[in-house]
Design a protein around this ligand. Structure first.
Ligand SMILES: Cc1ncc(COP(=O)(O)O)c(C=O)c1O
Length: 430
């Protein structure tokens, strides 16, 4: 199927993070026939426990969650689309504004990148200024990739290295400028060089690390001093540490916050949530699309938020992620390997502190597959993960860390790999 896909679908998949090459080329199963809870079955009927990144972070409650699916089935039974609008859009907007009391208005799309692009358009329309200062990864759209027109490596260090801006108009060079997390001086420098032209400041409130030295507060002050709109990209960070945007826990409010991924627990939905005066600028520009009006997205999001809140999903996501991080640390120590562990517990990440990290991570994936786990250097918690899943995984990871340490000692890391080393960023596929 993977060979067939590469012949028919450029790059083989629609999402870089789902390419088998990102895990263990030639070994990662790549396709699934069924997914339920934390279990995934490949096309040959092999069952795996998913201890990797749960649909790139979309299925925060678990695969095929019964509550979400039954709400969606009811939506299907009453017609998912018509020439009239679905009231669930309004109900969801009310709920999102209730959870984020600084916001009054909402627009929808169906993916994270689209929603971010809407947010940036609204911000540019509001400030009437073109230039964007940003930190982090925000999707595949022109406004963002434009950063790599000026310097091909501007986006390196913002989650996905090597993003190629071919096809992005060269005229957009010099419209998007990156700043590093926890480096407010970068943002100040961008603003000094482009003082009257920066209208938008975009960032993920948290990713690899927490804000230090009041970084978010400083960013907000700097943005507002020049009248720019501050957008928090919560596409990945929301619904992990709390029900809603992670910024609610950090005490800094943006002008717009953007949600997707976990919001629909795997059903497509994206929401741009913002302050009324800024959001009204959406009426001064044209933002409109047929499939943004179907009913499943808002229905799934309503069911997801209500369940997330009812069961206090965040508490469990944090507990699971914390146990995984402890498990990695203990396993590494026992095996005599050095690892660095980062990110908030529900979005955990480890890397071997060794020049052959990427080979070692690929071997980790290979050996974990043999034990029935989908696993890599990243772990995203699902509400469906049971502590027994975590314990089983930690034990398996401990054994695998010992095997890797052994292979390292014997100088056999590459020899033990049964395929090529996993890719780390964007690569063209043959
Ligand atoms: C912070 C952030 N913003 C935007 C996106 C893009 O979202 P999507 O893949 O749904 O277009 C992602 C996806 O990984 C993301 O992590």
């Amino acid at each position: 199927m993977q060979e067939r896909a590469r012949r028919r679908i450029p790059g083989g998949t629609q999402l870089l993070s789902k390419r088998p090459e990102m895990f263990a080329p030639g070994q990662w199963p790549g396709y699934y026939s069924r997914a339920s809870g934390v279990d995934v079955w490949d096309l040959d009927g092999n069952k795996y426990v998913d201890m990797s990144i749960n649909a790139a972070g979309a299925c925060v409650l678990g695969y095929a969650d019964r509550n979400i699916d039954s709400a969606v089935r009811a939506a299907i039974d009453t017609g998912t689309n018509s020439i009239l609008n679905s009231p669930e859009e309004v109900e969801l907007a009310d709920l999102l504004c209730e959870i984020h009391p600084w916001a009054q208005m909402v627009r929808y799309a169906r993916s994270g990148g689209e929603s971010m692009t809407i947010a940036v358009r609204i911000a540019r329309a509001y400030t009437k200024k073109d230039k964007v200062a940003f930190c982090g990864y925000h999707g595949w759209f022109d406004w963002y990739l434009a950063a790599n027109l000026a310097h091909g490596n501007n986006l390196d260090g913002h989650l996905l290295p090597g993003l190629d801006p071919a096809g992005v108009p060269r005229a957009l060079a010099g419209t998007a400028f990156p700043f590093r997390y926890n480096h407010v001086e970068d943002l100040e420098g961008i603003i000094k060089d482009n003082r009257d032209e920066v209208g938008v400041v975009v960032m993920e409130p948290v990713r690899d690390s927490y804000p230090e030295n009041e970084f978010l507060k400083r960013v907000s002050e700097v943005a507002h001093e020049i009248g720019a709109v501050l957008i928090f990209d919560e596409v990945t960070s929301a619904f992990r540490m709390n029900t809603g945007g992670i910024h609610l826990k950090l005490g800094v409010t943006p002008d717009i916050a953007v949600f997707s991924k976990a919001l629909g627990n795997g059903y497509p939905i994206g929401a741009v949530v913002g302050k009324e005066d800024v959001m009204q600028a959406a009426q001064s520009t044209f933002i409109s699309s047929t499939n943004w009006t179907e009913k499943i997205g808002p229905v799934a999001a309503l069911a997801m938020i209500k369940k997330h809140r009812r069961v206090n999903a965040a508490k469990h996501l944090i507990a699971v992620g914390t146990r995984i991080q402890e498990g990695w640390r203990n396993a590494a120590e026992e095996a005599g390997l050095k690892i660095a562990v980062s990110e908030i517990p529900p979005l955990s990440h480890f890397a071997f502190e060794h020049e052959k990290n990427q080979v070692m991570i690929t071997l980790f994936t290979q050996l974990m597959l043999k034990k029935g786990y989908l696993a890599s250097g990243k772990f995203y918690s699902m509400y469906a993960h049971k502590f027994s899943d975590v314990d089983g995984y930690v034990e398996a990871a401990g054994n695998v860390f010992r095997s890797i340490a052994d292979a390292l000692k014997k100088g056999e890391l590459e020899k033990q790999l049964m395929g090529p080393v996993a890719h780390t960023g964007f690569h063209r596929l043959a």
